[in-house]
Ligand binder design. Structure first.
Ligand code: JFZ
Length: 478
């Protein structure tokens, strides 16, 4: 089924190059939409759909697995005629408290610069009135175009919209996991492909403000074997909407290689495999753009009614994850699962507020920055702009000295330090430890004992030319 995103990628020179016809359509884009993507910093994911009415349980019985997968419930605890019950949920879909403008205002205050919204999850229920399916909001008491409301509300707040779309679709009779083997199944699969293409073009036409697609459910063997179709479709989507951003989870090459083609080249504009996981270091990314999508709970994307016993990431956890991603050039996308009424949970509200407060005080360290290529020695995470370094301190050194190690011949070095949030100046010292053969120099920022912090904080270091010459000491003879 799914492979982890990096297993298929080995150093390019470690094996012979294999002919690949259905590989990349684009490579290393550096146009304005992708530059914008790199500056996003923080994103919001929203999982909302029929599964949100249930919150992971039915009649007081909790389903195993992720709540947005509840339709796949089977085994002894599953209610009788379960899929029939689930598939009829459109008839009661009417989230009374849903106001996309409230979501968008909250996302804005949290500091999100893009949102990924589930237009259609695996159950196939379209949150827009699709002309190509009867299974949509149009056939629910809600009746409204939710995708349109989200696109409009977020766009009005200046937040870019990406459309999550699951290829895997349990509502379509022609969908199958395995490749079709009979004429009938082949005809059904072709209908499914036509339907998928029609829905995607429909989304592009209906929502011109959308910046990209976030594809999911593309691991089925029939989809994997449809590489000619998916290659042509990706090309068509890109032509239809110049600048459209598509991640690496849409398609595979003719050898079945997903995310990266058989020769290790990225399939899409950015690495889309960092789902609830992070790269260990920047080298692992090979220079690719990426983001990390993350749940607040352990592995629930849709709303969960009962989260007892499930660790919920705190604002501190998420701040650290955000800055870790930023230190490696990626964005962090935090998932929200509105409840059956269409409202964010109280926990999500609290986290959004705390994150917003931290990010607005430390925005310079978060948004228009890149990696610093320096080691923060476990103190925290480094980001860099043109003329500044930002050290987000998560582990405050016991001696009150935040030490950065730079190459001794660095052309630009820290020349002043201050706390980013308050502007309070900090003492900065250049420390030569005098270690023989050590071609490093240390810059020490002194953290005043009277400075109390109950969250991560950012030290801003302004860069400039090194002052004066290092004293050349007499060589010792051994
Ligand atoms: C998928 C969905 O099945 C899930 O419900 C949710 O929408 C999530 C964002 O995406 O789950 C996946 C898909 C791919 C991987 C892991 C979970 N993967 O490649 O590791």
């Amino acid at each position: 089924m799914t492979t982890s995103p990096w297993t298929s990628r080995q150093p390019l020179d470690s094996r012979p190059v294999v002919p690949v016809e259905f590989g990349p359509l684009v490579a290393r884009r550096d146009d304005e939409p992708m530059r914008r993507f790199r500056r996003y910093g923080l994103g919001q994911f929203i999982h909302f759909g029929l599964y949100s009415l249930l919150g992971g349980e039915y009649d007081g019985v909790r389903a195993p697995g992720a709540p947005e997968w509840i339709r796949a419930w089977h085994g002894p605890t599953a209610p009788a005629d379960w899929t029939t019950i689930y598939d009829g949920l459109n008839e009661s879909f009417d989230p009374a408290g849903l106001d996309a403008r409230v979501w968008a205002r909250q996302a804005k205050a949290m500091g999100a610069r893009y949102v990924i919204f589930t237009t259609k999850h695996h159950d196939g229920f379209a949150l827009w009135p699709s002309a190509h399916s009867a299974y949509s909001v149009a056939n629910s008491p809600f009746g409204r175009d939710l995708v349109g409301e989200v696109v409009d509300a977020y766009t009005a707040e200046g937040i870019d919209v990406f459309l999550y779309f699951s290829v895997l679709d349990w509502s379509h009779p022609g969908y199958s996991d395995g490749p079709p083997e009979t004429d009938r199944a082949r005809a059904g699969w072709q209908e499914f492909l036509d339907y998928t293409r029609a829905q995607l073009l429909e989304l592009l036409d209906r929502y011109p403000a959308a910046r990209g697609f976030w594809f999911d459910g593309t691991w089925g063997r029939a989809w994997v074997s449809s590489y000619e179709f998916t290659h042509a479709l990706e090309q068509e989507l890109r032509e239809r909407r110049p600048g459209l951003i598509i991640g690496s989870r849409f398609r595979n090459d003719e050898h079945g290689a997903r995310h990266f083609d058989t020769n290790g080249r990225l399939l899409g504009d950015y690495e889309q495999g960092w789902e609830r996981k992070l790269p260990a270091d920047r080298a692992m990314l090979g220079g690719n753009d990426w983001d990390c999508v993350m749940t607040i709970g352990p592995n629930a994307w849709g709303w969960m009614r009962n989260t007892a016993g499930e660790y919920q990431k705190t604002a501190d956890d998420l701040i650290e994850l955000l800055m870790r991603c930023r230190s490696m050039g990626g964005n962090l996308v935090i998932n929200f699962g509105p409840d059956a009424d269409g409202r964010m949970t109280a926990y999500e509200d609290a986290v959004a507020e705390q994150l917003g407060a931290w990010i607005s005080a430390n925005a310079d360290a978060v948004y228009d920055v890149g990696p610093a290529d320096l080691d923060a020695s476990g103190i925290g995470w480094l980001t860099a702009s043109e003329d500044r370094l930002f050290l987000t301190v998560v582990n405050r050194p016991v001696n009150g000295v935040a030490r950065l190690r730079l190459p001794a011949d660095a052309a630009r070095v820290p020349v002043s330090a201050r706390l980013l949030a308050s502007g309070r100046p900090l003492e900065l010292r250049r420390t030569d430890l005098g270690l023989d053969l050590d071609d490093a120099v240390h810059y020490d920022t002194v953290l005043p004992a009277d400075f109390a912090a109950d969250r991560a904080f950012v030290i801003e270091l302004t860069l400039g030319a090194p002052e004066g010459e290092t004293v050349k000491r007499a060589e010792a003879w051994m």
